[in-house]
Each structure stands twice: as structure tokens, then as C-alpha cells.
Write a protein that binds this ligand. Structure first.
Ligand SMILES: Cc1ncc(COP(=O)(O)O)c(C=O)c1O
Length: 492
């Protein structure tokens, strides 16, 4: 190196490591952050569920790329002042919108520990991978899958459903599909799901290259369960037309009203017809832990694959989606891709094949397993099952309140933990849409909406383990109050 180069080299400047100059300073600030976040969770009830974001706060997050360093304490103050107050609100017991888990302090601490380890769970031989394998094994036991089953953490059920479609595709067309693409043979493959199936399944068919038309949408009964006779008839019709049915997707807890398909009938039909049977159990699959719900999931143990989220009913902090596949070989055949730089060895750090990167599209992967492992170990499945059953009981309490209140109308049978209802009014769709937004903006609760039989419903999904009858009473009172205001003459 020339003298000139040496003088301009980064090596001649100050030490540019990103570690703190003074570990004591960051330690005391870190302790404060931890205390603040524990207080946040402990006292979440004292705050509004959600609040609208003021324009000046939103504008702060449009500032340019920071080129110069800032003091960590100042950055943290921005977090406490401008991020914390405007979060989604799903930690709060009044949050009932969509299907969001509430998280736990245990999961939060585990997430911090995982960040400290900064493990990459794509592969290699280290204990974090054994932790994931242990959770896979526990999940296998939970669902009664055989020893050769395999599983993997992913972002969420949208990704797990996509991966299941890909495993079913490789099974139907053989591994050559991975070189040649779905081609003409793939163009005749058809999959089946009901009108109540989550939209991410159609998206998965699109992303997998089949297109959404290849997903046959089968009607559902008034409980939103797939009509198995109609499904059978459609399969027969499609075969007669030269199509090749390959996949049926059943739901264990539909997104709108929490319906569970007849999984036993679906598994029998799939066995008879030689079709891949996938269960979208995004939130409902973990109902297996609750003795009052488990019998209604009968048949799920026969599935070829199940997608589920530990971040929903499992209360693991986001994100912790999961895919389990009955035949681990088919799972690996779909995703494993040899590469010189990912060479496996019998010993050393490159040992321990197969690696998680052989089971999905991701190579770099975080340590989602740790927060799930902490959650399962700390609470145990019996307590988690009791918590899940309790959310259904809280939903039952809301159902009873609605039935007892003439101004309210139940719009769908309550089967698990989701209640769809509305305030009776002329122009009810408009009034109820406004009621939901009014309640969200009030900070009292956060329901969401859906449309059932063309009618807009207020939808309360009781997923959060903190939600209790007080929150239901507050929701009902708010619906009645805003409903009266919105439907009074002259309301705008
Ligand atoms: C039945 C069902 N399937 C799939 C999904 C999508 O899951 P994720 O949001 O984890 O991708 C959801 C989300 O609520 C769901 O309820």
C-alpha cells in the first residue's frame, strides 16, 4: 500500500465499530427501555386502543435519510413520543379488529434475547436451529402428524399457504416442474376452496403460476362451511372436462366468522380422489389445544399440510407463521436447492443437514422459534388451551349481549371467537360503517367490518388473551351510543 493510500485508508481513522463507546450508558438506557415497555404492556388498559395520527406526527416519518449520527436517547424519545402512541393497538384488550394476537411480556423478552443472539436460522449447525426443530416436533405432536413430518417458521399463513400450494404442485407434477415450470401440464391443474376461504389462498394460486381461475370456489352453507357434496360434484365435472384436480384447501377458522369446515369429510374425499389436503388453520388450528374445540377439528390430523400462526391465538409476538407438512421428503423436494456456497459437511459449522433453507424460499431467517419456544414452555399447552377457550367464552358473552339488545342484530352464528352483528337502522350499511370508524377514533375499542350476504357487519374477533367482559360491555355501549347519534335525524 502506498503512503498516500495508507493515510486515506479507513484503517488509519478512528475505530468505526458500531459498538457503544461506553457500555454503561447503553446499559442504563437499555434498562429504561425494558422497564418502559413492560409498563406499556402492564398498563395498556389506561390508554386508548388506537388514536388517529396527527399530520405533524406522520410528517416526522417523511424526513430524509439520516447521514449524521444521533444520540440514542434522542432517537428513543422519538420512539416513545411518536411511535408508541400511534401503534395498531392490538396489545390492548379493546382491540377486536381483524384477527390479531395480543402478544405477551414473555414473548417480548424472548424477542429481545433473539435479537441479542442475532442468529441466522437459514442453516448451519447451532442450537437455535435445534430450538426450531424442537418447536417443529412439538407442533407435530400437537397435530398428531407422523415422525417424518417437517415444519418451518415463516412470516405468516399467507406465506405458509403459498408454500403448501407449491409442495402440492411439486407432488402433482413431479420435481421436473422446478426446472420446466408448470407448462401445459400445470395449466390443467385445479384446486378447490370455499367462498369463505381467506383471499391469500387465491393469491397463492396466482403467485404459484396457476392463476386464480384455477382455484374453484365452492359454495358454503349458512355456517360458512364448505359444501362437500358440491365440492365432489365440481371435482367430477372438472375431471370430465379434462382438468386435473390436485388440491383441496379446508379452513379451520374462517376469517369472517370463524367457521370450521368438515375436515373429516374433506380428508376422506381427498384420500378417495388422490388430492392434496391442505388446511388453512391460520388462527383456528391452535384450537387443538382447547379440549372444547379440539373435537371440532377432527380430520385435521389427516391433512397433508397445515398452515397456522403462532402470532394469532398463540399470542406470540409478530411474526410467527408456520407450515407443517406430513411428508417431509415432499417438502424438501419442493424447496431444497444445492449450491457450492451452501455445501453441507458431516462435522463443523456446516453440519446438520437438512437445513431450514431446504424447506422454504428464505435463506436468511430470524429466530422466530425462540419466542414461540419461550411461550410454549412458560405457559404450557394446557394454559394456552384454556386461554383460547376463554376467548370463545368472551365471544359468547358478546353474542348474549347482542341477543338481549333489540337495537342490535346478530348477522352470523357465533362458532368460535368471532361475532358479526350490527346496529339496526335505516341505511344500516352506512350507519354501521360509520359506527366502526367512530369507535376506532374514540379509542374505546377497535372492531373492524366485513360484508355478509351483502350486508355490512361490525366484526369483533376476540383473539387477544386480555379481552374480558368489561371490554365487551364498553364495545356494546359504544355501538349503542354512536349508533343512536349516527341514525338520529340530521346525523352526518
Ligand atoms: C383464515 C386465515 N387465513 C390466512 C390468513 C393470513 O394470515 P397472515 O396474516 O398471517 O398472513 C388469515 C389472517 O387473518 C386468516 O384469518
Amino acid at each position: 500500500m502506498t503512503t498516500e493510500l495508507r493515510e486515506t485508508s479507513p484503517l488509519s481513522g478512528p475505530n468505526e465499530t458500531l459498538d457503544p463507546k461506553n457500555w454503561d450508558d447503553i446499559r442504563s438506557l437499555g434498562h429504561r427501555m425494558l422497564d418502559d415497555m413492560l409498563d406499556y404492556v402492564a398498563n395498556v388498559r389506561d390508554r386508548p386502543v388506537w388514536r388517529p395520527i396527527p399530520q405533524d406526527v406522520r410528517a416526522r416519518f417523511q424526513a430524509g435519510l439520516p447521514r449524521q449520527p444521533s444520540d440514542l436517547g434522542d432517537v428513543y424519545r422519538e420512539f416513545t413520543d411518536f411511535i408508541v402512541p400511534y401503534a395498531t393497538g392490538n396489545v390492548h384488550p379493546g382491540f377486536m379488529g381483524w384477527v390479531h394476537g395480543g402478544g405477551t411480556a414473555v414473548g417480548m423478552l424472548a424477542e429481545m434475547l433473539a435479537a441479542g443472539l442475532n442468529a441466522n436460522l437459514g442453516g448451519r449447525d447451532h442450537i437455535p436451529i435445534e430450538v426450531e426443530r424442537q418447536v417443529v416436533e412439538w407442533t407435530r405432536a400437537m397435530f398428531g402428524f407422523p415422525g417424518e413430518a417437517s415444519g418451518i417458521f415463516v412470516t405468516g399463513t399467507s406465506m405458509a399457504n403459498l408454500m403448501a400450494v407449491l409442495v402440492a404442485r411439486t407432488t402433482a407434477l413431479g420435481q421436473s416442474v422446478r426446472q420446466r415450470g408448470v407448462g401445459d401440464q400445470g395449466a390443467s391443474l385445479t384446486a378447490y376452496a370455499s367462498t369463505a376461504t381467506h383471499g391469500c389462498v387465491a393469491k397463492a394460486m396466482d403467485l404459484a403460476g396457476f392463476g386464480t381461475d384455477a382455484l374453484r370456489i365452492i359454495e358454503a352453507d349458512r355456517f360458512h362451511r364448505i359444501d362437500v357434496a358440491a365440492l365432489r360434484a365440481r371435482i367430477v365435472l372438472d375431471r370430465a372436462a379434462g382438468c386435473k384436480p390436485f388440491l383441496v384447501i379446508g379452513s379451520a377458522g374462517t376469517v369472517d366468522i370463524g367457521a370450521i369446515d368438515d375436515l373429516e369429510a374433506l380428508s376422506a374425499l381427498c384420500r378417495e380422489q388422490g388430492l392434496w389436503f391442505h388446511v388453512d388453520g391460520a388462527y383456528g388450528a391452535l384450537g387443538i389445544l382447547a379440549p372444547v374445540i379440539a373435537p371440532r377439528l377432527a380430520g385435521m390430523e389427516n391433512a397433508d399440510s397445515i398452515a397456522l400462526d403462532f402470532h394469532k391465538w398463540g399470542q406470540v409476538p409478530y411474526d410467527a407463521g408456520f407450515l407443517i407438512v406430513r411428508d417431509g421428503r415432499r417438502h424438501r423436494d419442493t424447496f431444497s436447492t444445492p449450491a457450492a456456497y451452501l455445501q453441507r459437511e458431516a462435522r463443523g459449522l456446516a453440519a446438520g443437514s437438512p437445513w431450514p433453507c431446504d424447506l422454504g424460499p428464505d435463506l436468511s431467517r430470524g429466530f422466530r422459534a425462540l419466542k414461540t419456544w419461550f411461550t410454549l414452555k412458560t405457559y404450557g399447552t394446557e394454559k394456552l388451551g384454556a386461554m383460547i377457550a376463554r376467548t370463545c367464552a368472551v365471544a359468547g358473552y358478546l353474542e348474549e349481549r347482542i341477543k338481549a339488545e333489540p337495537r342490535l342484530e346478530l348477522l352470523a352464528p357465533v362458532q368460535l371467537n368471532i361475532v358479526c352483528f350490527r346496529y339496526r337502522a335505516a341505511d344500516a350499511d352506512k350507519v354501521n360503517g360509520d359506527i366502526v370508524i367512530d369507535i376506532q377514533e374514540s379509542g374505546i375499542a377497535a372492531p373492524s367490518t366485513t360484508v355478509l350476504d351483502g350486508r355490512l357487519a361490525i366484526r369483533a374477533a376476540i383473539v387477544n388473551h386480555r379481552t374480558d367482559t368489561r371490554d365487551i360491555d364498553a364495545l356494546v355501549a359504544a355501538v349503542l351510543e354512536f349508533g343512536a347519534r349516527r341514525s338520529s335525524p340530521g346525523a352526518g
